[in-house]
Structure formats: C-alpha cells, structure tokens
Design a protein around this ligand. Structure first.
Ligand code: FAD
Length: 461
C-alpha cells in the first residue's frame, strides 16, 4: 500500500447488526497495558457474538513493554527480552491487524489517523491508549542530562551507564588516587514506587555484585541519593509503609533526602532546592509523569496532569467516537481525584470501553466507569516490600515481597517471559547475583570497523 493511501471503512455495522453491513473499524493506538487488554476484550466479545468489529492496533514499537520491571533491567537483574514482548507473538491468536507506526495526526471530523510514514487509516471508533512520558516540569538540565525510565531503550541505556561508572572508577583507581568527581554518585529524583524500587535495586547491585566484580574499589565511595520533595516516600501509601520504605532504604545505605527538590541538573552535578550541590554524573528522573504528546493532536483542551479529558465512559470530551484510556486519560475516581497512572487503571479502562462498544451494538446503555482499587505494592530490596491491599490488608517484609513477585509474574504477558523472569529471580536470589550485566554499546552497531578506520554506517546517520 502506498504511504498516502487512505483505508476507507464502510459505515458502522456493529453487533453483527444484520443487513450485511461491514464490521466497524476500531483503531487502538498503543500496545501497552490498556491497548493489549482492549484487543483481548474485543476479541472475546466477538467470539461470543456480542460485537462485530475489525480491530487495528498501531504502535510505534513492535513490542509491549512491561514497565513495572524496567528498573530490574536498568540494574542488571533481568534481560531486555524478559520485559519486552513482541506484539505479534503475544497477539498471534487474536484477530487483530498490527501496524508498526507512529501516529502523528488525528482528523476527528474525517475519522482518519495519519502515521509518520504518511499512511492514513480511517476508523469508526478510535481508542487512544498511548501512555505517558517523563515529565521534567521544566527543571533545567533534566531533559539534557537525566535518564528517564519509560522504555526498554532507556532502561538498557541506564544499565550501560551504571555499569560503565564502576568500570571508570576501577580504572581511575588503578591510575591514581580516587577523586570525588561524582562518578560513583547516583541521584534518583522522585520517591514514589519507581524511585524507591530503583534505589533499593541499585543498592543491592552495589552490595551483592559490584563489591565482588570490583574488589579493589572502595564500595563506601558509592553514593545513592534519593530526593523526594514531599515529607515521606511512597506518597499514597500509609505512613507505616512510607516509614518502612525509608528505614529499608537507609539500612541499605541509600541517602534519602525528604522535603527538598531538584533545582537543576548538569553533566556533573545536581543542585537541590535548598542550595546544596551534589557531584553526580548519573541522574535518574522518576519524579514526573506526563501524557504522551499524541494528547495534543486531538485539538481538545487538556485536563489535569495535561491528560486527555474524558467523560464517565472514557469518551474524549466533545469528540464523537474517540476514547482515551490508561495513563493518557484524565479519568477521575469517586473522590473526584485523578486516577493514578498504574496498570490496573489501564486494564479496567480497556474493559469498560469494550463493554461500551458491545452495549452500544445491542442498543443498551452502560453504567458509568468505576475504578476498583486493587491496592499498591513496592519492593524495597531483596526479600523486602510493602503491600497495601483492598480491605485494609497490609503486609511488609518477605511476605509482601513474595506477594509482589507472584502478582508481577501473573501480570507479565507471555508464558516464555514468565518462565524466564522466574528463573532469573531464582538464580539472582540464590546466587546473590544480577546476572544481566552487559554493557551494550550502540556505537559498536553504528560504526563499522574497517581497515581504513571507523566508518559510520549510512543507516546510522
Ligand atoms: C518504571 C515504571 C514502573 C512502573 N511500575 C508500576 C507498578 O509496579 N504497578 C503498576 O500498576 N503500574 C506501574 N507503572 C505504570 C504502568 O506501567 C502504566 O500505568 C501502564 O503502562 C499504562 O498503560 P497504558 O496502556 O496507558 O500505556 P503504556 O503501557 O505506556 O503503553 C503505551 C503504548 O503506546 C505507544 N505509543 C505512544 N505514542 C504513540 C504514537 N504516537 N503512535 C503509536 N504508538 C504510540 C507506546 O509505544 C506504548 O507501547 C510503572 C511505570 C513505569 C514507567
């Protein structure tokens, strides 16, 4: 098909509505938690004869990313392929057309989406499930110097950088006296679950692995600083869980700074809002989440958190036949607060949209979306976690950690991935290891080594 072809779709024919009408075309943008769940729910509704639709899933990546375990890739606990799963493999048995491409335009009047390669696809129902990006809140230097943790590419890059710092420090030690240039200082911005889990895993990497890999290195020089603007870690958790996270990280040697923010970041230091300067050449930004830029393509005024405003059925306010689900949607809970950007919300959003489409096909109305809170969990380190479940059930320590492991294995898509992750966890736990510590240098792939010297490959330019 040529790049500028518009695939036109005949008029909507939902619910096997008879009269030989063609099935309605549902386009889902994003193969994350929400997009995958929606494909599955629509396939199920079709199998049960409740809905007759044709489904296209568009994603700019060819894989689904299991973001909750990205921090383990960044700290060499898991391989990239444990956490990334090919969309074609995962949806092999579903009746869905998968399209690799980035959506760069949405014509909500003409019902057409445009891809970066110029292709145009028409839809009857569009579901925006494009997730979130790292939000730097305009803090100077974050975009240029800090690492985000949203994709496998970022997690792999971060792992490269972390491992490289220890190699550099070992080399510097061999070359002369240790300097305090921030090579072994890691600053993590944001004391939510991602920051806490990352800090704990990094501390564990240092204690269990770096200590053995670099015996000449003075491990006491390693500094992991976790900076949180609020007065407690794990905002949204109970005070007891926040305290447990603080104690657990401090026991592991993490320097936790509360009630202070990051004012700016440069290539070799971080300045805090209280004026303190911390030499650090590796800063990880886990302090903010913003909606994916596709939110701005709809021409609507963005809601709170710069997310897409939606009604009680997750329809984009003011636009027919366009839904927004998951992290990108400004959906509210019963208390009027924005729902958190977590996987259970995304999955439940998807279920609701599938229900709305199936009910509409049968001429029924659907009750408004209501989020069922499944609780929250965060690991602090080896055999240590906090978990808060519905009904006031709270757990800490090893039992919470085991619950976290089981839940994340169940949530992880793909049998092969589950087996692989489980084996890695068992290996790492028994061997006190983080076995995926490869430094994968992009330059090796993009630069050909020839007898004439290094040549940048044409496709790398
Ligand atoms: C480090 C980290 C740890 C987390 N830990 C947890 C946790 O422990 N528990 C929990 O419940 N939640 C956790 N979350 C949050 C959870 O991962 C998200 O809430 C969830 O992924 C949201 O699902 P989604 O489908 O809305 O978006 P995503 O899963 O982000 O998927 C969005 C998809 O859209 C695609 N896309 C974006 N823009 C375009 C475009 N223009 N064109 C085509 N495709 C596009 C992307 O490639 C991506 O595949 C974590 C998130 C992060 C980053």
């Amino acid at each position: 098909m040529s790049a500028d072809t518009t695939i036109t779709t005949p008029p909507v024919g939902e619910g096997g509505g008879g009269g030989g009408a063609s099935p309605a075309h549902v386009i889902i943008v994003g193969g994350g938690f929400a997009g995958l769940a929606l494909v599955r729910r629509l396939a199920k509704a079709r199998r049960r004869g409740r809905l007759d639709v044709r489904v296209t899933l568009i994603d700019r990546r060819n894989h689904h990313t299991f973001q909750p375990l990205l921090y383990q890739v960044a700290t060499a606990g898991l391989q990239t392929q444990d956490v990334g799963i090919s969309l074609r493999a995962i949806l092999r048995h579903q009746d869905v057309e998968i399209r690799l491409g980035e959506v760069t335009g949405v014509d909500t009047v003409g019902h057409v989406v445009t891809l970066a390669d110029g292709a145009r696809l028409s839809y009857d129902h569009l579901v925006i499930a494009a997730g979130a990006i790292t939000e730097d809140f305009g803090v100077p230097g974050v975009a240029e110097h800090a690492f985000g943790l949203k994709s496998l590419a970022e997690a792999t890059m971060l792992r490269n950088q972390v491992l490289r710092r220890f190699e550099e420090a070992s080399r510097a030690l061999a070359d002369g006296p240790a300097d305090e240039d921030g090579t072994l200082s890691f600053v993590i911005a944001g004391g939510g679950p991602t920051g806490v889990e990352l800090a704990g895993a990094l501390a564990e990497l240092v204690d269990l692995v770096v200590r053995r890999d670099h015996p000449s290195l003075d491990i006491d020089r390693v500094r992991i600083v976790l900076v949180e603007a609020r007065d407690a870690l794990l905002g949204g958790f109970s005070a007891r869980s926040s305290r447990a996270a603080l104690d657990g990280l401090q026991e592991r040697g993490v320097d936790v700074r509360l009630e202070v923010g990051i004012a700016s970041v440069t290539a070799d230091h971080v300045t805090l809002t209280d004026g303190e300067t911390i030499p650090a050449r590796l800063v990880i930004w886990a302090a903010g989440v913003g909606a994916s830029p596709i939110a701005t393509l709809l021409g609507v005024t963005l809601g709170r958190g710069r997310r897409i405003p939606v009604d009680e059925h997750l329809r984009v306010v003011g636009i027919d036949d366009v839904f927004a689900v998951g992290d990108i949607a400004a959906s509210e809970g019963a208390d009027g607060q924005l729902l958190p950007q977590v996987a259970p919300v995304a999955i439940q959003h998807a279920g609701h949209v599938a229900q709305v489409l199936a009910d509409a096909a049968k001429g029924r109305t659907t009750p408004a979306f209501r989020y069922r809170d499944k609780g929250s969990m965060a690991t602090i380190g080896r055999a240590s976690a906090v978990a808060e479940l519905p009904g006031g059930l709270r757990m800490r320590g090893t039992i919470a950690w085991l619950a976290w492991l089981v839940l994340h294995l169940l949530m992880l898509a793909g049998f092969r991935n589950r087996v692989s992750v489980l084996l890695s966890w068992i290996w790492n736990y028994l061997r006190h290891d983080h076995s995926a510590r490869l430094i994968l240098d992009q330059r090796e792939a993009t630069t050909a080594e020839t007898s004439r010297g290094p040549v940048t490959r044409s496709w790398a330019a």
